[in-house]
Structures are given as structure tokens and as C-alpha cells.
Ligand binder design. Structure first.
Ligand code: DC
Length: 226
């Protein structure tokens, strides 16, 4: 069986991972898998079941019933929770923190990582998240760690919120939440966010999206040619 092209991208919140990953997927005409959306769906499920995000025993109790699936349509990736398309409700601040909390539990990480590996076995795909290069697709040769300064990431996040009509969120609060989430994601005991030794570092602080895409596309082409 042919091995599929798997491109792994990790990095902290707001570093531009998803814009970059989508751009790469478009150029290569392959799928993009936003793994954060799957953790967000898991947080939404816990919320629906009335289980606190941090309650590991509670999450273990309900996880068997969490039917999270990813499908693709003309709009791109859609996340189904129990068969219902919940994609449009996933990118809230509450579910950002919720996803970061539920993602600490090994039972959650094991379940979602397995679903993600299955996508990699079936399709050519660009995946982004926190443990893709280190845990989900450790054997791929295409690994990238995308980052930017916290201030730049907070600015980008604020812009995104304003574009969606949020006029109340402040820069200071966004920066504070982002740092909290960085800390939580990189200090958890099980599969924390960290740069894989063999991942290429892409600092997007001073790069345009086009420049970042170019950099990554060149690195991919170089490795494929070897
Ligand atoms: O990429 P995002 O902001 O949508 O991710 C939300 C949270 O989910 C993030 O703070 C940590 C968790 N996450 C994870 O632990 N591993 C992944 N591969 C993707 C997301």
C-alpha cells in the first residue's frame, strides 16, 4: 500500500498554524485536519453531559459515548458530535479553555490521537495541533513547529474577534488567556506541547502568511526530492 503524504504542524495558540496548514493543504490539493476542533468537540460533549472539564474520572466515565467524527464538504472540515454538525459553535473562548483542560486527560488524548492517525493512514493530509509531530505522526519526515511572540499572537486573536463582531474583548485579557493556555498546554504531564527535535522552527512573528507558506512548501519539496 502506498504511504500517504502526512504533514505535521504543532505550535501554541494563535501562532498562525491553521492559516498556514490550510494554505499548504490548498497548494497541495490535500486535506486539512484541525485537531484542535476535535478537542473542542470533546469539551462541548463534557459540557452537554454536565461533567467539569477538569474531572478526569467523570470524563473517563462518559468518553465511551463521545461520538466525534470529522467529515469534509464544500466548506472544508466539519466536526460531528453524535451525528450533529457542531463546527460553527466550537471556536468560543469558553471552549478554548475547555479544550485545553480536557486535553490533559490521557483517555481523551488516546482516543483523539487514534482517530487522527486513522485520517493520516487513509488520506494525504496536513494536520495541526499540539502533539502531531511528537505523538500522532512521529514518523513523518514533514514536521513543523510554528510559533510567534505572545504579543503578536494576542494581536492576531483580537483582530479575529473584532472581525467576528466582538467589541468587548480587550488586548490585555486576550494576552492573559493565551499565556494561561500556553502554560497549561506545555506543562501537562501527558503529551505536552513541545518542539520535536527534528521539526523545523517557523517563527511567523515577522512573516506574512504567503512568506510562511513559501518557506514550508520549499521545505516539503526539498524533503520529497530526497
Ligand atoms: O488549536 P486550538 O486552539 O483549537 O486547540 C484547543 C485546545 O485543544 C488547545 O489549547 C490544546 C488542545 N489541543 C491539544 O491538546 N492537542 C491537539 N493536537 C490540538 C489541540
Amino acid at each position: 500500500m502506498d504511504e500517504h503524504l502526512n504533514i505535521a504542524i504543532d505550535g501554541p495558540a494563535g501562532a498562525g498554524k491553521s492559516t498556514l496548514a490550510k494554505g499548504i493543504a490548498k497548494r497541495l490539493n490535500i486535506r486539512y485536519l484541525d485537531t484542535g476542533a476535535m478537542y473542542r468537540a470533546m469539551a462541548m460533549y463534557a459540557q452537554k453531559k454536565g461533567v467539569a472539564f477538569a474531572d478526569e474520572a467523570g470524563i473517563e466515565r462518559i468518553i465511551g459515548g463521545a461520538d466525534i467524527r470529522v467529515v469534509y464538504d464544500g466548506r472544508g472540515q466539519r466536526v460531528l458530535l453524535g451525528g450533529e454538525d457542531v463546527t460553527d459553535g466550537l471556536r468560543t473562548e469558553a471552549l478554548s479553555m475547555g479544550a485545553s483542560s480536557v486535553s490533559k486527560h490521557p483517555c481523551v488524548r488516546k482516543k483523539l490521537a487514534e482517530l487522527q492517525r486513522e485520517v493520516g493512514r487513509q488520506y494525504d493530509v496536513v494536520m495541526d495541533g499540539r502533539d502531531i509531530t511528537t505523538n500522532v505522526l512521529p514518523h513523518t519526515k514533514h514536521k513543523f513547529y510554528v510559533t510567534a511572540s505572545p504579543e503578536e499572537r494576542a494581536n492576531r486573536r483580537l483582530k479575529e474577534l473584532r472581525a467576528r463582531g466582538d467589541e468587548t474583548e480587550t488586548y490585555e485579557h486576550v494576552l492573559e488567556e493565551l499565556k494561561k493556555r500556553d502554560h497549561q498546554d506545555s506543562t501537562r504531564a501527558f503529551m505536552p506541547l513541545k518542539k520535536a527535535d527534528d521539526a523545523m522552527l517557523v517563527d511567523t512573528t515577522a512573516l506574512s502568511i504567503e512568506q510562511a507558506i513559501e518557506l514550508v512548501m520549499n521545505a516539503i519539496a526539498e524533503k520529497e526530492a530526497r
